[in-house]
Write a protein that binds this ligand. Structure first.
Ligand code: Q9C
Ligand code: ZN
Length: 344
């Protein structure tokens, strides 16, 4: 299987995030990709390829122009205002109730306008890495269009929390959504996105909520008790044309081991099989692992082999797009287990 990765993604490295009120080194860090690369190389059977160049035009398929322009210019505006000592981080938010939904002129106002939380700061190299991550996903689509049955886009930063004009949850550009849209623009009538990150893929859901040509299915920790808190409930089924094409399967924290996870996966895969997509995108978050430091499911290494195997049984051209996963010691081997299971 081909793996698309570029070192340019290392340029994005946020220093701190707030966890339980404390400034903590950011969990989403370049070493995550290193661990996956190491495991892929020591396992063998994977070929690393560099992404093609696509620029930021594909980002504008699913994100608004003003948001993409903001991402591209944010760091320079921040440096002009405050220097380059600290990461550009919002503290005040437009989506809050009782406030006006208008785009302010100053950088702090704009950061808050385009953010829904404080976990997506911007650093000097972020923009280049954000573009590079989308290019990894887009290259994966094109490899599949050229005849590969599957590919793995090792994207950083991740993307599934990024909505049309909002960053958050370590995500800026929605790599999986851009890949889905690329399949559609190259002629696919139906594309499915299966999101198995521990956190609900609120951004992907929002992007495709009123569309029937992209089915979104997500298995995740119950948002009544965990991030992203305000989306991802079972009664969100799509709207308009998209009604019936959004499937959320929230599961309980702490008690979700394989015995609870497997039936949800069977439900999601059955819905995807019924939909008969021409391409499948897996938002591959590995934070469902028992030892993940910020998540509460109890999946184990061999469960990942079963997940990959079950996805492979659908026999649909499949692009894996890397999302979350923060237990760095096991992250690489767990990721390889999914891909290995898929290949069995
Ligand atoms: N106490 C991804 O996995 N912080 N983003 C949660 C819960 C934000 C996760 C803290 C988690 C974002 C791509
Ligand atoms: Zn996650």
């Amino acid at each position: 299987m081909k793996v698309i990765y570029t070192e340019k993604q290392r340029l994005h490295h946020v220093r701190f995030e707030f966890l339980n009120g404390e400034a903590t080194p950011c969990f989403e860090k370049p070493e995550r990709a290193d661990m996956v690369l190491n495991a892929l190389n020591s396992h063998g059977g994977f070929t690393m390829v560099e992404p093609n160049s696509y620029g930021d035009a594909p980002m504008r398929w699913v994100h608004t122009d003003d948001y993409v322009d903001f991402l591209a210019s944010c760091w320079d505006q921040w440096v002009e205002a405050f220097g380059d000592v600290h990461d550009a981080s919002p503290y005040c938010f437009a989506p809050a109730r009782h406030l006006r939904n208008r785009i302010p002129k100053d950088i702090e106002g704009r950061l808050g306008y385009y953010s829904f939380d404080m976990t997506a700061a911007i650093t000097a190299g972020s923009w280049k890495a954000i573009v590079a991550a989308t290019e990894c996903a887009l290259t994966g689509v094109d490899l599949i269009k050229q005849g590969e049955h599957a590919a793995f886009a090792l994207c950083r930063p991740p993307g599934h929390h990024a909505a049309p004009d909002l960053m958050g949850g370590y995500c800026y550009a929605n790599n999986a959504a851009i890949a889905a849209e690329s399949f559609i623009r190259q002629g696919a009538k139906r594309v499915a996105v299966l999101d198995i990150d521990y956190h609900h893929g609120n951004g992907t859901q929002s992007i495709f909520y009123d569309r029937s040509d992209v089915l979104f299915a997500s298995i995740h920790g119950d948002p009544d008790y965990d991030y992203p808190h305000y989306l991802g409930f079972a009664d969100e089924e799509g709207e308009g044309e998209g009604l019936g094409f959004n499937l959320n399967l929230p599961l309980p924290l702490n008690t979700t081991d394989w015995s609870v996870y497997e039936p949800a996966l069977v439900t999601a895969l059955a819905r995807i099989a019924e939909y008969q997509p021409q391409a499948l995108i897996i938002s591959l978050g590995m934070d469902t692992f028992a030892d993940d430091p910020i998540s509460y499911f109890k999946l184990l290494r061999n469960d990942y082999t079963k997940i990959g195997w079950m996805i492979g049984l659908l026999n649909i051209p499949t692009l894996f797009v890397f999302e979350g996963g923060y237990a760095v010691d096991d992250l690489g081997h767990n990721t390889v287990a999914v891909l290995d299971g898929f290949n069995k």
